[in-house]
Design a protein around this ligand. Structure first.
Ligand code: IVH
Length: 712
């Protein structure tokens, strides 16, 4: 075997994967991100496919997880717990569907690839710990971890402390007879809130924090002392059945428990008192709704692969708002007969797939650390990275927040780091892997400059604050940043004034403060680089349109530290005029619920400063801008949530703006919280679902007319 040969790479990958399996499954302390593990696993699987000569039944691709730890008794299963193949992205889901159809066709299965002999169910994929619960005669007799699939760890005493796990299956239930032997399979997990609470407590006690909810759940179950498990808030959702032996002991004589579909299986489990994984809305649906069949998840109806993909997208969009962590969705062939026909390959069934979400985190290298200057003069260290894709977006810059953060994480140029994009926030560097691995020959530690990199003024650090600030009142960077904020969408909303154009305007000396924007004319603009006649005209018009802001927008546009959009609205409604706000005493300001002493101080500081007063005076002079009173919150759509589907005559952005202006909210996916579904042409699957959920469906015309009031 030569170095660099396919065989040596295969061996290396097997060794690495085994090593990381142990970290993950046996120690509940992974060292690498899941995505990196997945990538290695896929590389190995692909290489083994191309080089069947190196097949090894002991390869990690042929087995599940890791062998059990000796401290627990071992449970040996006759029906192994399998793992799932992964798909990354929509195309791979379609390939999965095509694979199944080809397989069925080759086997001469009725219908084959042409007629639809089956449908898919889809569920969220909970990131927790797989367990199997064995019931005999309706009583829980054993609970075990998945282990390597065949041999798991006996953690019965620990699992019995979890209140979601029924100790008995009620015999009297309308759920039909209780089988003699029943293996229920599901996932133990910890909700995000409970995880944070647990870690906070541990940190207070000086104990090591768990890396994530999955590790916390696994660590809590794999405990030698059940009292520890009992003290943690763990949950269980079940997703399937292992063995089932129909009863002979029941009367009336037992009807064979033959389910035709996965859904029937789940329905029966639910009737027996298990929380099934389909009820993924649990935790944010009120109790009474949870148990209403109409409120169950919409993949209650088996769908084709495009329906699964729609679900995948929808769940990915809202995954951060769920109370628990998921790492994808699981699509399964619903018909058990078709499942049987498909069988399994190595460690995974052919009839199911885990569609993973693109990772929130990725590894890359810091090429440089630069410092950016914000509109309040704050200096922020920014890491320039070797380009990396996180959640489908190329990331090249990530914030390092401030000097303290850089010090604490010891991030240096040249380091391998983990970057994260969570929700909509700016990418950030989470940790330095080089610092953790104590790599030698690293760059020098980062130090904030003494002088502003833009204007050269001294930099200070206010005692008690993390931020360094530029003291230059006229710092160009500060000026550009505050102008950028001034024209932004939720402030004065001047379209067409992107950062590049603004920057040119400042550099050319055309604009130094907000009021200057209102003196721009076509001739001044036309000569500017990057701006043709047409754009110059548009820009002048956009500036014109922004001359009559509401008081709230105006206030927000000033960019007073700590005064955000919401607070600006509150202040505007409370004080009514800009003069009243300019002259408000600190006590008057802090009398408002949302305003703390620090915020009151910041507002006063702004209006007491020469610069602040000049900016406002110049804007008001000669009616450069005319402030309108703040409208009441009750717009025509106040408190209502809208969702759009299909193609509309109006641009989507416009439709959304109408809703927001009317005080309403726009949803991105269907849920109970949606009040109106606005259906355009060729509506998607949302329409059927909305009807089923009893959500009011309106046409685009009705929406525009605004005449669909009432709750009808
Ligand atoms: S079905 C043969 N459904 O993911 C199919 N698994 O990577 C067995 N998981 O061991 C699994 N949510 O621990 C299934 N809705 C779900 C799931 C789910 C989480 C876990 C489970 C399994 C692992 C496979």
């Amino acid at each position: 075997m030569t170095r660099g040969s396919p065989e040596s790479r295969i061996q290396e990958l097997r060794r690495l994967i085994r090593y990381h399996n142990d970290r993950y499954y046996r120690e509940d302390a992974p060292e690498i991100p899941d995505a990196e593990y997945d990538a290695m696993f896929r590389e190995l699987a692909r290489m083994e496919e191309v080089h069947p000569e190196f097949f090894d039944p002991e390869s990690p691709t042929q087995r599940v997880g890791a062998a059990p730890v000796d401290a627990f008794g071992t449970v040996v299963r006759e029906m192994p717990m399998l793992s799932l193949q992964n798909a990354f992205g929509e195309d791979e889901l379609r390939e999965f569907d095509a694979r199944i159809r080809r397989h069925l066709e080759n086997r001469g299965y009725p219908g084959g690839g042409r007629v639809d002999p089956f449908g898919y169910t889809a569920e969220v994929k909970i990131d927790g710990l797989a367990v199997e619960l064995t019931y005999e005669g309706g009583r829980l007799i054993r609970g075990a971890t998945r282990g390597d699939g065949v041999r798991g760890e006996d953690v019965t005493a620990n699992l019995k402390t979890i209140s979601d796990i029924p100790l008995t299956i009620p015999r009297s239930s309308s759920a039909g007879p209780v089988p003699d032997v029943l293996d229920v399979r599901g996932e133990i997990f910890m909700e995000k809130n409970d995880f944070t609470g647990l870690n906070r407590g541990r940190e207070r006690l000086g104990e090591a924090a768990f890396a994530n909810p999955r590790n916390a759940a696994a660590g809590s179950v794999r405990q030698l002392d059940p009292r520890v498990t009992a003290s943690r808030r763990l949950r269980l959702w079940v997703y399937g059945i292992g063995r089932i032996v129909p009863g002979t002991s029941v009367h009336p004589p037992f009807e064979p428990l033959l389910f035709a579909t996965h859904m029937e299986e789940l329905d029966r489990l639910a009737a027996w008192g298990f929380a099934v994984i389909r009820d993924w809305t649990r935790g944010y649906l009120p109790d009474e709704k949870r148990h209403n069949p109409a409120d169950r998840h919409y993949l209650d109806d088996p769908l084709d692969i495009e329906g699964v993909i729609a679900f995948y997208r929808e769940v990915e969009a809202k995954k951060d708002s769920l109370p628990y962590e998921i790492d994808g969705i699981v699509a399964k062939v619903n018909e058990l007969g078709v499942q049987r026909e498909l069988g399994k390959v190595a460690r995974s069934p052919r009839w199911a797939i885990a569609a993973k979400f693109s990772p929130d985190r990725a590894e890359t290298t810091v090429e440089e650390i630069v410092v950016s200057v914000g509109r309040t003069g704050t200096l922020t260290p920014v890491a320039i990275l070797s380009s990396v894709t996180v959640r489908g977006v190329k990331v090249r810059r990530a914030t390092l927040h401030n000097q303290d953060n850089v010090d604490a994480k010891d991030i240096r140029v040249g380091d391998r780091v983990v970057v994260q994009r969570a929700g909509d926030v700016i990418p950030e560097v989470v940790e330095s892997l080089s610092a953790k691995r104590e790599e030698r020959g690293r760059g020098t530690p980062f130090r904030m400059p003494d002088r502003c990199p833009i204007c050269g003024s001294p930099v200070t650090r206010v005692a008690g604050e993390a931020a360094h600030r530029c003291t230059g009142k006229n710092c160009v960077a500060r000026r550009k940043e505050s102008l950028r904020h001034f024209v932004s969408k939720n402030a004065m909303d001047i379209e067409g004034l992107g950062p590049k154009v603004l920057s040119t305007l400042v550099d050319e000396g055309l604009v130094a403060e907000p009021a200057d924007l209102y003196r721009l004319n076509r001739d001044m603009l036309a000569g500017l680089a990057r701006l043709g006649d047409k754009s110059a005209d548009n820009l002048v018009q956009a500036v014109e349109r922004s001359r009559t802001p509401t008081l709230g927008r105006f206030l927000f546009a000033l960019g007073i530290p700590h005064v955000g959009e919401h607070l600006s609205g509150v202040l505007a409604r409370r004080f009514g005029t800009i003069d009243a706000i300019r002259t408000a005493a600190p006590e008057e300001l802090s009398a408002i619920h949302e305003v703390g002493p620090e915020v009151a101080r910041s507002i006063r500081e702004y209006f007491d400063s020469v610069e602040g007063n000049l900016v406002v005076d110049h804007l008001l002079e000669g009616k450069t801008v005319e402030i309108r009173p703040e409208p009441a919150t009750e717009g025509i759509f106040a408190g209502k949530t809208f969702l759009f589907t299909g193609s509309l005559g109006l641009p989507r952005a416009k439709a959304k703006e109408i809703v927001r202006k009317g005080g309403g909210t726009v949803a991105t996916a269907i849920s109970r919280r949606v009040d109106y579904l606005v259906a355009g042409e060729n509506p998607g699957s949302k329409l059927a679902k909305a009807k089923e959920m009893g959500i009011r469906v309106i046409s685009e015309e009705e929406f525009i007319e605004g005449e669909f009031g009432g709750d009808g």
